[in-house]
Design a protein around this ligand. Sequence first.
Ligand SMILES: Nc1ncnc2c1ncn2[C@@H]1O[C@H](COP(=O)(O)OP(=O)(O)OP(=O)(O)O)[C@@H](O)[C@H]1O
Ligand SMILES: [Mg+2]
Length: 476
Amino acid sequence: MANLLVIDDNAANRETYADILHGEGHTVLSAASGEEGLAKLGAAAVDAVLCDLVLPGLDGLGTMELAHEKQPNLPWVLITGHGSEDTAVAAIKQGAFNYLTKPVDLGRLKATVESAVRLAQANRENRALRRELGYDEALDRIIGTSAAIRQVKQMIRQVATTDATVLVEGESGTGKELVADAVHALSRRSGRPYVKINCGAIPRDLIESELFGHERGSFTGAVAQKKGKFEFADTGTLFLDEIGEMPLDSQVKLLRVLQDGALTRVGGNQPIATDVRLVCATNRNLKNEVLHNRFRMDLYFRLNVVSIAVPPLRTRREDIPLLARTFVDRLNRKQPNQPQKELSDAALMALRRMDWPGNIRELENTVQRLYVLSAGRVIGGDGLANGIATADSDPQPVGDAITTSAGPADAEAAIRLLIGLPMDEVEKRLIVATLAHCGGNKSKAARQLQIGLKTLYRKLEAYGMMPAGDEAAASG
Ligand SMILES: Nc1ncnc2c1ncn2[C@@H]1O[C@H](COP(=O)(O)OP(=O)(O)OP(=O)(O)O)[C@@H](O)[C@H]1O
Ligand SMILES: [Mg+2]
């Protein structure tokens, strides 16, 4: 028995199909338009869809395409008019499971829907099995076989099944967002909303309204009532990215919501109950922020129920070749008709040696650059030596930002900074970006920044970015 959705604007057809499929023991939902069909798909678990190709408004192919964005494995059987074989072929190319031509032979209808249902069931069993075995797409997206990454994945598996608040900590570009995504994807909330908000990209005075919503007229510009991200995330997961950037007064409000399990919109006084699982990420050391009174200790303890530390790339260099090869594979797949490129051993070795202050994001940018620049099929490491490779390692692209030139060092290399970013954060980002630009060469970076090498070491140490063994150089 399966849940089926029939989409057809003709009521008589809908009834005929539904009768037949009911007779086979299936539950049948029906919709008179593509739009209605999509709404039903969003609201109920459906195993297979039977859809007329010609519909008023959104047509069958368009409806299928939109639905496949969210449910790529859902099998669709399309019904095409008599003699429109080319449309049928196009439908298959676009990912339809099969098609039926009008007038629909009811025996074929039963058989085709039956095999679509079997495919859906096989897909589902396959997914369940993979999960049981510890595989999951969301986890597979986190590439790496180092002990450190395996431990991160193990943590994700453990915490995902709970409702505990998770704090993901790690330097910029280490994959914190991938970790947060996986926590949601592996949790029992995975079919529910997953809402992300970057606290560093929203002007300070709008953060509360973004998070908790506002009532009409609560402040200038609040022309209509608005729901906040908390309400949108209800029954699902809310990802608060760059939580360290949240202003102290908003932190108070967030804490209250977490304690009460209810929020009030800005300018409102009606408490609204929320059921939201919170995942937060930060590239700052939050404990340090607490010590400097920039982050509330009580909120810190609330958020830090479970913390997952994502290790910097330079502490798990063994992952670099696999990551770099994966990035090349992805680029190859984007151009299947071009010669398929590969990294030379020398390039892989050079990549392994670099320090990657911008972590995996920087590695990915670098590999892309090498890929584009290499004329032949084998990608050499030449670009790495002269700094071309890291010229664009922008560690933090944020919304509503200004672009500053990195100064006389290189007119083309730039970082984007949010207006109003704290001065020490600006300094950190500039230092990290300059270091990346210099391929990890600290003396060169210090010269470009016009600061002493010792000062640079001291600052890197304060950011927790000093690889073990470099201390000697710093004090020498
Ligand atoms: N282990 C990994 N395997 C594959 N890709 C990764 C991995 N970690 C990170 N990436 C990729 O690197 C980029 C940066 O990752 P992500 O945005 O998750 O980092 P972040 O820690 O959130 O950085 P930031 O603090 O700057 O927001 C993304 O394109 C992501 O897909
Ligand atoms: Mg991020």
